[in-house]
Design a protein around this ligand. Structure first.
Ligand SMILES: Nc1ncnc2c1ncn2[C@@H]1O[C@H](COP(=O)(O)OP(=O)(O)OP(=O)(O)O)[C@@H](O)[C@H]1O
Length: 289
C-alpha cells in the first residue's frame, strides 16, 4: 500500500505494536531496492522517472512528508530516514505484514517482484534494538507462478485449485485466463526443447485457455509443488491436486514453478508488472506468527 495519513493499516499496526510492546514504534527506513528496474525502462535512474508520480497522483516527497507528519501526530518518537547518499527518488510502498510494517523504496509502481527481499526495510524497536520477525516477513513475499492447464479448465477444476491455495493461506496477486501463443510456450518450456514430448506438450497447453496465476507467501514455491503432487499423477499422493484429479503425465492439470528463479522468469513471461496487484491481506496476522 502507499502511505496515506489516514491509512487504517498504519493505525492498526501502531495500535497492535503499542498493545504488544507497551510503547509506540519508531521506524527506520533503510536504503533498499537499488536495482529495481521497471520492465521496459532501460535507465531506472532517468530524470523522467525521478519526476514520476505514483498512481495516486502525488509525488514521493509529499508522501514522505505525509508519513512524517502522520507518525509525529501518533507520538512516535522518531523517524530516521537513511536513504544513502542519493536523494529519495522513487515512491515508497508500505505493507502491513505479520503485524509488521514493511516499507520499500521502489523505482516502479506497482513494484516489481524483482525487488530484492534481503534489502527490504526492517522495522525495529529502537528502545530494545529488537528487530521484529524480519525473516518471516520478507519470505512471505515469495512468489510462484501457478497455471491451471487446459484440461484443468475444461474439467472445471479451476475453482478447486484456487480454493486450495487460498485456504492454505497464500495470497493471490495476479490471475488471468489466456490462450497461450506458441512463442510464449516455447519460452516457458524452453528447457524441454528437443525432447520427445515437447511438441505434444505445446499442442496440449496451447489447445485452449489456461488460468495463469501468481501466488505469494512463505515457501509458496516448494509448498505449491507439494500441493500439486508429482509430475506423473500415478506417483502423486492422494490429497495432492494431481493425485486427486489426474491420471497421466500428459494431462496433469496444473503447473507450478519449481524454484524461485523459475518463478521469477515465468512471472515475467506471463505478466506485466502492472498486472500484479498490490494489496494487503488482513488475515495475514492469523496465518503467520
Ligand atoms: N514423459 C512425458 N510425457 C508427456 N508429457 C510430459 C512428460 N514429461 C513431462 N511432460 C509434460 O511437461 C510438463 C513439464 O515437465 P517437467 O518435467 O518440467 O515437470 P513439472 O515441472 O512437474 O511440470 P510443470 O512444469 O507442468 O509443473 C509436465 O507437467 C507434463 O505436462
Amino acid at each position: 500500500m502507499l502511505i496515506y495519513a489516514d491509512s487504517e493499516e498504519v493505525s492498526n499496526f501502531i495500535n497492535i505494536f503499542v498493545e504488544e510492546h507497551g510503547e509506540a514504534p519508531s521506524f527506520n527506513i533503510f536504503e533498499s531496492c537499488e536495482k529495481v528496474e521497471k520492465k521496459g525502462v532501460e535507465n531506472s535512474n532517468s530524470e523522467e522517472q525521478m519526476k514520476t508520480e505514483n498512481n495516486s497522483g502525488r509525488s514521493t516527497a509529499s508522501q514522505l512528508q505525509e508519513l512524517t507528519q502522520f507518525c509525529q501526530s501518533q507520538t512516535i518518537t522518531q523517524i530516521n530516514k537513511r536513504w544513502g547518499p542519493k536523494p529519495l527518488d522513487g515512491p515508497i510502498s508500505i505493507d502491513f505484514i505479520n503485524q509488521m510494517l514493511e516499507a520499500r523504496k521502489v523505482k516502479s509502481y506497482p513494484y516489481s517482484h524483482d525487488l530484492d527481499p534481503s534489502k527490504f526495510m526492517k522495522v525495529f524497536n529502537p528502545h530494545t534494538s529488537n528487530l521484529y520477525k524480519t525473516s518471516t516477513m520478507t519470505d512471505a513475499h515469495e512468489r510462484s507462478f501457478i497455471m491451471v492447464k487446459p484440461d484443468g479448465v475444461q474439467r472445471g477444476i479451476v475453482g478447486e485449485i484456487i480454493k486450495r491455495f487460498e485456504q492454505r493461506g497464500f495470497k493471490l496477486v495476479a490471475l488471468k485466463m489466456v490462450t497461450p501463443t506458441r512463442v510464449l510456450l516455447e519460452q516457458h518450456y524452453d528447457e524441454h526443447q528437443g525432447k520427445k514430448f515437447f511438441e505434444p506438450l505445446l499442442q496440449y497447453i496451447g489447445s485452449g485457455p489456461v488460468v495463469a496465476m501468481v501466488w505469494e507467501g512463505l515457501n509458496v514455491v516448494s509448498v505449491g509443488r507439494k500441493m500439486l503432487g508429482a509430475t506423473d499423477p500415478a506417483k502423486s499422493e492422494p490429497g495432492t491436486i494431481r493425485g486427486d484429479f489426474a491420471i497421466v503425465t500428459g494431462r496433469n492439470i496444473a503447473h507450478g514453478s519449481d524454484s524461485d528463479k523459475s518463478a521469477k522468469r515465468e512471472i515475467d513471461l506471463w505478466f506485466r508488472a502492472d498486472e500484479l496487484a498490490v494489496w494487503t491481506n488482513s488475515a495475514e496476522r492469523w496465518i503467520y506468527e
